[in-house]
Design a protein around this ligand. Sequence first.
Ligand code: FES
Length: 135
Amino acid sequence: MFEDEEIKYAEREIDGKIYVKVARSDEIYDGKGYKFAFEEDDDMQIAVFRVKGKLYCLHNICPHRHGERIYEAIIYDNLTIACPLHFWTYSLETGENINQKQGIKGLRKFDVFEENGEVWAEKPQYAPPKWRAEK
Ligand code: FES
């Protein structure tokens, strides 16, 4: 539904952060993740999940090999997710890397909330990733 779309979302500022209206609440099903990409940069992607009714939002790009598939992560009951590409695991609540033997980098976490039947997520700020700047 939203995959691979780069849309200009409605924006608003709350306490100095920019939030974007990414979907209607009834479009975000439980037990599933959704990718939202922003036109400013390929690195600006978020993954919004609803699990047991609650929303979570993480960066969509896995720090391992920069796979853009976190939105398709396997979701476990303990609110851990696994990247579908090579199964690095992260906390859905914090983005923290769960198994530091696989690497220390985690996923950035973003605010997300519902209001009047709409889902609003914090917009990532543009910052070139270190691996790109080092080239
Ligand atoms: S790209 Fe996510 S685990 Fe490899």
